[in-house]
Design a protein around this ligand. Structure first.
Ligand SMILES: Cc1ncc(COP(=O)(O)O)c(C=O)c1O
Length: 490
């Protein structure tokens, strides 16, 4: 079977003898005799294509990929917001890209100053005593944070066993706690408002074996934990420490500060809040801010400034430090990007970014609430969670809505997360989208909700969606379990 041209493999377009170049063979440079046919690749079936066919092939492939440059990603939690091009310009400067991580600090004063400044800005924005930029992702920031909590409690001679984590938390939270040697105690959400139940926390901390709580604020339902200060006070009273998953910090920018609410340590997801590429748990940046209590345990090295000479240095002799969590000092060019974004916006701009994120999420909430059931119908922060409750009555599920949306030209929202909401559709427009784009997204969602109410809706509109794409509905479970990446398998 021949696929349509736009989805064909390069091998299927191959014509024997076609080449991407027409240079004469260099004289006297014959290939050495074949030792083994396999090693020389004699039997490899490589595509033979002209230069133009190769260019078109890869350009076509790139167009098949949905991207933030091409359209909106209404993903909740993962946050796919636009990363301004100026970040690439500054981080691509050869003065930064040519730095060697082992260069003596006297030669890289500018880089150290940038880290120092960024740390200080983040500490100010989130209300912490200090910040480390070493972690390479949000999840690694969590790891550094919980290790610091552990080191602190061990030094107090009160190493405890348990960490409380709300059921709605991102999966990396319990994973982190377990990796750091804790037992996870899951706590629920209040039925009336989706927030952490203080009474439950009070009951669970009576025994004195709880090292702390990992709380996401705003939480993964997009709601602000209004009792965060009371929660921190309670945990501190009971001898524990408070971890805040600050992945959703963009909703708090310039509005409120977790450090002021008694949080002891919080990681930043720089990709969500400060427009760096995500890095998928790896080569990104996930700084962590700490209260005074945890400063001695910060990962090593720390960037220090001598206020007399003005010189910047790396300090490595802190005996309380949890040690390194990343090679060298983390991913420096991510820090350049975050610094660029922050300096470009300035304090007022950051606050406006936070406000716009909240405003747009509430716009979506208001536009879609007549058509979709809302998990907790109250003012939200940066994201809003709908369910498929109304559509299910007509045989249409969340996954059908998500796939149908692809044909309307939008990436689907985050689906079936958080787990505490059945059939969840979690939408985060982000502050980088214009109102007209967000409105177009809402119109597409409304159109789909209306389709779901028509007789025989599933067959008519949803079965096999997406229908406009080169590939329709695939069996995602099978694809994940039997991953086939070679052309032969096709
Ligand atoms: C709430 C929350 N916490 C933690 C993480 C983990 O961050 P990262 O993917 O940078 O490791 C994410 C993912 O973006 C998240 O949404």
């Amino acid at each position: 079977m021949k696929w349509p041209l736009r989805t064909r493999l390069s091998l299927e377009n191959s014509t024997p003898g076609h080449r991407g170049y027409s240079l004469p063979k260099p004289a006297g440079e014959e290939a050495p005799p074949l030792k083994s046919a396999k090693r020389r690749g004699a039997k490899l079936q490589l595509p033979e294509l002209s230069e133009l066919d190769v260019v078109r092939h890869y350009t076509r492939l790139s167009h098949l990929n949905y991207s933030i440059d091409g359209g909106m990603y209404p993903l909740g939690s993962c946050t796919m917001k636009y990363n301004p091009r100026i970040n690439e310009l500054t981080s691509g400067d050869s003065g930064f890209t040519h730095l060697h991580p082992l260069a003596p600090t006297t030669l890289v004063q500018g880089a150290l100053e940038l880290m120092y400044r960024l740390e200080n800005i983040l500490a100010e924005v989130a209300g912490f005593s200090r910040v480390t930029l070493q972690p390479g992702a949000g999840a690694q920031g969590e790891y550094a944070g919980i290790r610091m909590i552990r080191a602190c409690l061990e030094e107090r001679g009160d190493a405890r066993r348990k960490i409380l984590i709300p059921q709605s938390a991102h999966g990396t939270n319990p994973a982190t706690a377990v990796i750091c040697g804790y037992e996870v105690v899951q706590i629920g959400a209040r039925k009336d408002n989706g927030l952490v139940d203080l009474a439950e926390v009070e009951a669970l901390t009576r025994e004195g074996d709880v090292a702390g709580i990992m709380v996401t604020n705003p939480n993964t339902i997009g709601l602000f934990e209004t009792e965060i200060k009371k929660l921190s006070d309670l945990i501190h009273e009971r001898g524990g420490l408070v971890y805040c998953d600050g992945a959703n910090m963009n909703a708090m920018l310039g509005i409120t500060r977790p450090g002021d609410a008694g949080v002891d340590v919080m990681h930043f997801n720089m990709h969500k809040t400060f427009t760096t590429p995500h890095g998928g748990g790896g080569p990104g940046c996930g700084g962590a801010g700490v209260s005074k209590t945890l400063v001695p345990y910060l990962p090593s090295p720390t960037v220090e400034r001598d206020f007399e000479t003005g010189e910047f240095t790396f300090r490595t002799d802190n005996k309380h430090s949890i040690g390194k969590v990343k090679d060298f000092y983390g991913h420096f060019l991510m820090m350049v990007r975050a610094y660029t974004y922050i300096r470009e916006l300035g304090p007022q701009g950051l606050r406006k970014a936070g406000q716009d994120a909240i405003l747009l999420a509430n716009y979506v909430r208001a536009r879609l609430r007549e058509h979709y059931d809302i998990a907790f119908d109250r003012a939200c922060m940066h994201e809003v969670v709908f369910t498929d409750k109304r559509q299910l009555k007509h045989g249409v599920k969340t996954v059908d809505i998500a796939k149908r949306l692809i044909d309307e030209g939008f990436h689907p929202p985050t689906v079936y997360f958080p787990l505490i909401v059945s059939g969840a559709m979690m939408i985060e427009p982000t502050e980088t989208e214009s109102l007209s784009t967000v409105e177009a997204f809402c119109e597409a969602m409304i159109k789909i909700a209306k389709e779901a109410e028509e007789p025989d809706a599933f067959k008519k509109y949803f079965e096999g969606c997406p229908r406009e794409m080169p590939f329709g509905r695939i069996n995602e479970t099978k694809a994940a379990k039997e991953l086939k990446l070679t052309w032969k398998m096709l």
